[in-house]
Ligand binder design. Structure first.
Ligand SMILES: NC(=O)c1ccc[n+]([C@@H]2O[C@H](COP(=O)([O-])OP(=O)(O)OC[C@H]3O[C@@H](n4cnc5c(N)ncnc54)[C@H](OP(=O)(O)O)[C@@H]3O)[C@@H](O)[C@H]2O)c1
Length: 316
């Protein structure tokens, strides 16, 4: 490659929290001789080295982009990308910043403590000026399993074990995290889920993990377990969840992601007393990725190896 100018095309579907002007200005400072284009002002497709997207691309979008080396997805999961449309040999890069993972880990901790420390109960009591301590579940008797032990799941597991909670992770490969039980592979999922008070899903959405939170896996969980899903909506069978909550198999669920977003106003999840809904905000800001994209620009310009590539076969 080794060319002087570098052309980056940004597609921005979420102007509320991704400001193209800010990205353009910040990248131009960091990357010399960068031509920044904002879709639909695409210009000559044959110039484009890098495409940056935050949601998806229209059909035929990549046509004529003969020079394209990388597509950056401004999120952690790449399940929104139509891989069939991607020209062969183009790398898909995901954001992998500490800030992004930190926000999701904070969210998991917040929702778990919200429950364990009876935050909603005290808010209700305060309305009626009621002074009534409610015993929280003991730390050493509150078991947590995190599905997925990558940037987000691994960090959450380290944090929970440091706080004293019996903690386990379930991933594809075994993990060595001090004081955290590791389960790996589909055959261990039942054991990983058994007896846990909190089940937290931080998985990427792949062929293997789609619909993994379903009636059968709910039946493997401890009666009264609480579910937190920050992975993707398609991990969860939403109707099976409602049934498991109504049956008392699960005591509640906090959901940040949904099979269809925004969640339809007709969804029974909105009004279910056991369900807490947030509109896909576990991580919010992506500006921390500007530095990572600047590094990518230099990698593409110099023709060196691209980092943070998604393994397209694996799906994450
Ligand atoms: N709600 C939000 O706002 C939000 C924000 C950011 C991310 N997310 C979601 O969180 C996901 C994870 O992000 P991350 O940065 O932690 O990803 P990551 O670092 O790639 O970690 C993914 C983890 O999932 C495990 N895994 C993948 N497929 C599996 C399978 N079939 N069975 C068991 N374990 C499997 C991996 O196992 P190995 O370690 O063995 O490979 C790895 O531990 C993203 O893909 C996205 O869906 C949501």
């Amino acid at each position: 490659v080794n060319k002087e100018n570098l052309t980056l095309l940004m597609v921005n579907d979420y102007p509320d929290y991704i400001d193209p002007a800010e990205w353009s200005a910040a990248l131009r400072i960091r990357v010399p001789r960068l031509e920044f284009r904002l879709w639909p002002e695409r210009g000559d497709p044959a110039d484009i080295d890098i495409v940056m997207i935050d949601k998806g691309t229209p059909p035929g979008f990549f046509e004529g982009m003969t020079r394209l080396r990388a597509v950056v997805y401004l999120g952690a999961g790449i399940d929104g990308l139509l891989l069939e449309d991607l020209p062969p040999g183009v790398g898909v890069v995901r954001l992998a910043t500490r800030e992004l993972a930190s926000e999701v880990v904070q969210y998991i901790l917040l929702r778990m403590l919200y429950r364990q420390r009876h935050v909603a109960d005290y808010a209700t009591q305060q309305i009626s000026r009621i002074w009534r301590p409610i015993a929280p579940a003991k730390i050493n008797e509150t078991d947590i399993v995190i599905l997925g032990a990558g940037r987000i799941g691994g960090w959450a597991a380290r944090l929970f074990t440091e706080l004293g909670y019996p903690t386990a992770v379930w991933s594809r490969h075994p993990k060595e995290i001090a004081n955290v039980a590791s389960f790996s592979g589909p055959s261990t999922l039942k054991e990983a889920l058994a007896g846990r008070d909190f089940v937290v899903c931080t998985l990427p959405l792949t062929r293997e993990t789609r619909n993994i939170l379903n009636a059968e896996t709910f039946s493997w969980m401890k009666r009264g377990a609480y579910l937190i899903n920050v992975g993707r909506g398609a991990h969860l069978d939403e109707l099976a969840l409602v049934k498991a909550l109504d049956d008392g198999q699960l005591s509640g669920a906090c959901l940040d992601v949904f099979s269809t977003e925004p969640l339809a106003s007709s969804s029974p999840l909105w009004t279910h007393p056991g369900v807490t809904i947030t509109p896909h905000v576990a991580s919010y800001w992506v500006d921390s990725g500007i530095g990572q994209v600047a590094e990518l620009c230099e990698q593409v310009r110099s023709g060196s190896a691209i980092t943070n590539l998604v393994d397209l076969e694996r799906g994450y």
